[in-house]
Design a protein around this ligand. Structure first.
Ligand code: PLP
Length: 384
């Protein structure tokens, strides 16, 4: 089997699997917030994990708030920044290619009184920095929050978050970047990121689904979205998913140890893209010239529907996605591709191939063979 949908959800990392096998046998299982010794043991392990996560992400342990994943993190950050503001900052800035977790949260706040500015994206998949800068020059003093992602989930295109954060800061606006796809697939250092907030989801990095975290530059006064018994220093109620948190630390540690592999993934991806384009010159690699995540390719064979290609590949035990998991049920061109002015015929024909850091060259080779078979077959069917 070839699994090439890491941007949808990464398989459990081998180190996480080994850790869990032993952890589930040995215990302990207890509430980390209780006072007995088993609880204290779980609590102490959780705090060690917080330190590991912080270290690998370039943050301080007190800046980490554990959550159930990125969607919760995003909703919480919006809630913290935008509810009951005492000042006159009433503008929210996002980009046209944000994931629906940001897109829908932003539109909800817009429906409740915030002015929403959506920054365009250029055909190369990069957010229009000039438009953003001009907008901030004119209205920056009224901007409460800028929310522009670090890496796009469909195209893998990396966004200039350091510049975006710098501009936000110049106008006293807070900057949140949706780093869900960036963390665990690229080298990330919160301290050097110019971000006020970042998020991650465990299942995107090979940890357990249902785990995740927020990084906040300033934890003081961070408002909870979920009320509870004061867990996470009062920033997020509810008993922590401590086993999930332990897997976060294992997966992030493994990534940190192996991040030099990213160059090999990128090389293998570029080689694969060149080969498949040579075999089928009609194929378009979306945002081919832009800086992208090491293992993400969004390719289109115009006229061959992405879902058809996906099903054909699945019959060969190869798993890809048509675009993002959240829009897989929509057989139309995604909102993000429309924002990049990709035509309907190209947009409907995309498949997304995404690997993580622990890819193997043979994966790309087998994928190439499978794709050649699939497209040759689908081309024949189409010509009838
Ligand atoms: N943000 C981005 C960029 C994503 O790709 C995803 C998931 O695909 C999310 C947010 C939401 O993550 P989760 O579903 O793990 O909460």
């Amino acid at each position: 089997m070839i699994y090439a949908d890491y941007n949808g959800s990464a398989p459990l990392h081998e180190d996480v699997k080994q850790f869990l096998l032993q952890r589930l046998q040995a215990g302990p299982f207890a509430n980390p917030n209780t006072l007995h010794s088993l609880g204290a043991k779980v609590h102490s392990a959780m705090e060690k994990c917080r330190a590991v996560c912080a270290k690998t992400l370039g943050a301080k342990p007190e800046q980490i708030i554990f959550t159930s994943g990125a969607s919760e993190g995003i909703s919480t950050i919006f809630h913290h920044e935008l509810t009951d503001r005492a000042d006159k900052r009433n503008i929210l800035v996002i980009s046209s290619i944000e994931h629906s977790a940001v897109w829908k949260a932003a539109h909800d706040y817009a429906a409740h009184g915030f002015e929403l500015k959506i920054i365009s994206t250029k055909p190369d998949g990069v957010v229009d920095l000039v438009e953003y800068q001009d907008f901030m020059k004119n209205s920056g003093e009224k901007v409460a929050l800028v929310s522009i992602m670090a890496a796009n989930n469909e195209t893998g295109v990396l966004q200039p978050f350091i510049e975006i954060g710098k501009i936000a800061k110049n106008f006293g606006a807070k900057y949140f970047s949706d780093t869900t796809q960036f963390i665990g697939k690229a080298d990330f250092n919160f301290l050097e990121s110019n971000m006020d907030y970042a998020v991650m989801s465990g299942h995107k990095v090979g940890a357990l689904v249902g785990s995740g975290l927020i990084i906040t530059k300033n934890p003081l006064g961070f408002k909870p979205l979920i009320f509870g018994g004061g867990q996470e220093n009062g920033h997020r109620g509810g008993t922590q998913n401590y086993i999930g948190i332990e897997t976060l630390a294992v997966a992030l540690h493994a990534f940190h140890q192996n991040k030099s592999q990213l160059d090999n993934v990128k090389k293998a991806r570029l080689n694969f893209e060149a080969k498949i384009q040579k075999a089928f010159p009609e194929i378009i690699i979306i945002a081919a010239e832009s800086p992208r995540l090491a293992g993400t390719t969004l390719l289109s064979y115009p006229g061959i529907h992405g879902q058809g290609a996906q099903i054909e590949l699945e019959s060969q035990n190869i798993f890809v996605s048509t675009s993002s998991a959240c829009s897989d049920n929509e057989p139309a061109t995604s909102r993000m591709l429309l924002a990049m002015q990709v035509s309907e015929v190209v947009g409907r024909s995309v498949i997304r191939i995404s690997f993580g850091i622990n890819h193997a060259d043979t994966n790309y080779e087998l994928l190439y063979d499978g794709l050649v078979n699939a497209y040759n077959k689908l081309k024949k069917i189409q010509s009838f």
